[in-house]
Design a protein around this ligand. Structure first.
Ligand code: PLP
Length: 391
């Protein structure tokens, strides 16, 4: 059975060039980057080249990039160190954050007594930035604002520049989980005065287990993993050289092809929307995901007009991989926090959210197969429903 992969917000397939670059490093550059001999130093140079490449992409200095094992680690490190080392006593966040931010914030509340204030979204999943500023100004406590750039379930984009400028003007720290947007769009931190951000290579055809944290110079942040002096003592442990090289290669490919990839994906997303609207009666789109300007182009969050908790499984049996929420909450039968925030009671009771996420590899033929499968499920569902009503 041919597989159709439409879950690229969960992870992306590794590109061949990334695999080749990593295999090459595994075979050749086995030196420890902390060793002073040439094998070690060669490995060190590979890491520093990627650090420079990432820094150039973000318009920051290489010293502000700390390689980590993933987005989760980057977000943990930033939030925990803000509390443990920078004296943050209050965190302003939202119920729309990824679990690795949400749970870390709760952990800081439980273990360190940090006050947590939630900025609630409206039904489109947007935040009222006037309200955010009011909350920021309502206390003198040392504050961290943590709000994600692109929502992993509905794709809504935050105006990073506006929020960063607001935080700077009010002298509060600002962290953004940028895991879904990194390498998919131009990001210039020389123009966006945020303090911290995060990245995960497997979201743009790089390897799992490789990411980085952006930590603004002189922030005073410290690491959570102690040990050797690697990564400027912010992240002890021998570096994942082949993972970092894989991240660099994936970033290089993404940036070199950004225009081509994004226009292809936007076209595919538009096609998916149109086909769904014409083939599935009553279909809707969640948050801003159907809008081009205000959402991440890789994500389309669909609301199907029938309740089918088994839909992910049914599609999987047809060889189609999609998500019923984010990867971390799929498999759970109750709707995700994001859906609870933006859907009304009737929609939660009677509809099924589905996240379709694309890559440059997605084809219109694959979308046709998905739409046919959804149409078939919708029709069978109606028939089942009719049968139940007749019994
Ligand atoms: N933040 C967001 C928005 C994500 O979508 C994800 C992954 O799904 C993460 C963080 C976690 O990244 P990682 O899988 O690298 O830990």
């Amino acid at each position: 059975m041919d597989r159709i992969y439409l879950d690229n917000a969960a992870t992306t397939p590794l590109s061949e060039e990334v695999i080749d670059a990593m295999v090459d490093v595994m075979k050749t550059n086995y030196g420890n980057p902390s060793s002073t001999h040439s094998l070690g130093q060669e490995a060190k140079i590979l890491i520093e080249n990627v650090r420079r490449q990432v820094a150039d992409y973000l318009h920051v200095t290489p010293a502000e990039i700390i390689f980590t094992s993933c987005g989760t680690e980057s977000n943990n490190m930033i939030i925990k160190s803000c509390v443990n080392h920078l004296g943050v006593e209050r965190i302003i966040t939202s119920p729309m954050e990824h679990k690795c931010v949400a749970e870390t914030v709760l952990d800081m509340k439980k273990r360190r007594g940090v006050e947590v204030v939630y900025l609630r979204p409206d039904q489109k999943g947007d935040f009222d930035l006037i309200q955010l500023e009011e909350i920021i100004k309502s206390s003198d406590k040392k504050t961290l604002v943590t709000l994600m750039h692109a929502n992993n379930e509905i794709g809504n984009l935050l105006d990073l520049k506006k929020v960063a400028e607001m935080c700077k003007a009010n002298k509060v720290l600002f962290h953004s989980d940028t895991v879904q947007s990194m390498a998919h769009m131009e990001i210039d931190f020389s123009q966006i005065p945020l303090d911290f951000a995060s990245c995960s290579a497997h979201k743009f055809h790089g390897p799992k287990g490789s990411g980085f944290a952006f930590i603004r110079k002189a922030s005073g942040l410290k690491g959570i993993i102690t040990g050797g002096p690697q990564e400027r003592s912010l992240r002890a442990g021998t570096e994942n050289v082949c993972g970092i090289v894989g991240l660099g290669k994936a970033l290089e490919i993404s940036l070199n092809n950004m225009d081509q990839y994004s226009s292809h994906i936007k076209e595919i997303k538009k096609y998916t929307k149109e086909r769904l609207l014409s083939e599935v009666d009553g279909v809707k789109f969640n948050g801003r995901s159907a809008e081009e300007e205000t959402s991440l182009y890789t994500v389309l969050s669909v609301l199907l007009p029938f309740k089918d908790p088994m839909i992910g499984l049914k599609l999987d049996m047809k060889g189609i991989a999609v998500s019923q929420g984010s990867a971390c909450s799929s498999g759970a039968t109750k709707p995700s926090m994001v859906m609870m925030m933006i859907l009304d009671e009737d929609e939660i009771e009677n509809c099924t959210p589905l996240r379709i996420s694309f890559s440059h590899l997605t084809t219109k033929e694959e979308i046709d197969t998905l739409v046919d499968a959804l149409q078939e499920i919708a029709v069978s569902f109606n028939i089942e429903k009719t049968n139940v009503e007749h019994r």
